[in-house]
Design a protein around this ligand. Structure first.
Ligand SMILES: CC(C)(COP(=O)(O)OP(=O)(O)OC[C@H]1O[C@@H](n2cnc3c(N)ncnc32)[C@H](O)[C@@H]1OP(=O)(O)O)[C@@H](O)C(=O)NCCC(=O)NCCS
Length: 213
């Protein structure tokens, strides 16, 4: 694919097992299918916007529309990078990074999910390590934030292992129910102190203006 006018298509973030990048149309379709097959057990809701509470075909379409919407609405002042995760060439999940007024804020917010059958094998930790490496090493961020429902131990454990500190507990309503969202923040020193996953970035330089840099 030619990347002259949208260099983000040439951006690659690699860990020992994973590659994170923008998906091809076929890979986006694979990601959508993964969501249709299930991201979490019925009766649980890890997301603040309960988009997985719809039939499989609707879930799949919303994955595709989220992807196109984020790229369509991209500005250097307000961007969301919707990366797919590839394990041995197979799409296993999604990792997004959001930056608002990034050159001033120097903060990214991350969100992620894996297909159910790919969970619990350390992939979530490895992809978050890749995302925060892109933020701190690639984009020179000063802070990375995320949040998880208090009944989501997998996500909370990943945040703890990467070195985030707890940054407030917030009440929120999801699908008409009161839920508690644990916020987390990671600064550069804590990131460096907890780094265990080697990460490589390729193709970032031509993308910097798109990140507002
Ligand atoms: C959250 C998510 C991305 C994490 O990815 P993952 O590959 O499953 O996570 P990992 O295997 O790297 O690590 C999960 C950790 O949580 C721990 N864990 C999982 N379930 C647990 C439980 N019920 N109690 C305690 N610890 C638990 C695991 O033991 C593991 O820790 P360890 O490596 O020290 O053993 C993935 O589970 C997922 O997609 N979940 C559904 C969607 C979601 O919750 N997205 C995040 C919204 S905030």
């Amino acid at each position: 694919m030619k990347v002259t006018h949208w260099p983000l298509h040439g951006l690659r973030v690699r860990t020992p097992r994973l590659e994170l990048r923008l998906p091809t149309p076929d890979e986006l379709d694979e990601l959508a299918e993964l969501s249709a097959q299930g991201i979490h057990q019925p009766g649980t809701m890890p997301f603040a916007v309960p988009w997985t509470d719809q039939p499989p075909a609707g879930r799949a379409r919303s994955v595709m529309q989220f992807h196109w919407r984020t790229l369509g609405e991209w500005t250097p002042q307000d961007w969301t990078l919707p990366l797919v995760i590839l394990l041995d060439g197979t799409v296993v999940g999604s990792q997004s990074l959001t930056g608002r007024a990034f050159p001033i804020m120097r903060e990214v917010e991350t969100g992620s999910w894996l297909g159910l059958r790919h969970q619990g094998q350390g992939i979530g930790t490895e992809m978050r390590a890749a995302a925060v490496h892109l933020a701190f090493a690639g984009l020179n961020a000063e802070s990375a934030v995320t949040a998880a429902m208090t009944d989501n131990p997998a996500s909370i454990t990943v945040s703890n292992k990467i070195g985030y500190r707890r940054n407030g507990l917030v009440r929120t309503v999801v699908g008409g129910t009161l839920r508690y969202k644990q916020h987390f923040a990671l600064d550069r020193d804590a990131w460096e102190a907890h780094r265990t996953v080697p990460v490589e970035i390729d193709g970032l330089e031509p993308c910097l203006p798109q990140f507002g840099l």
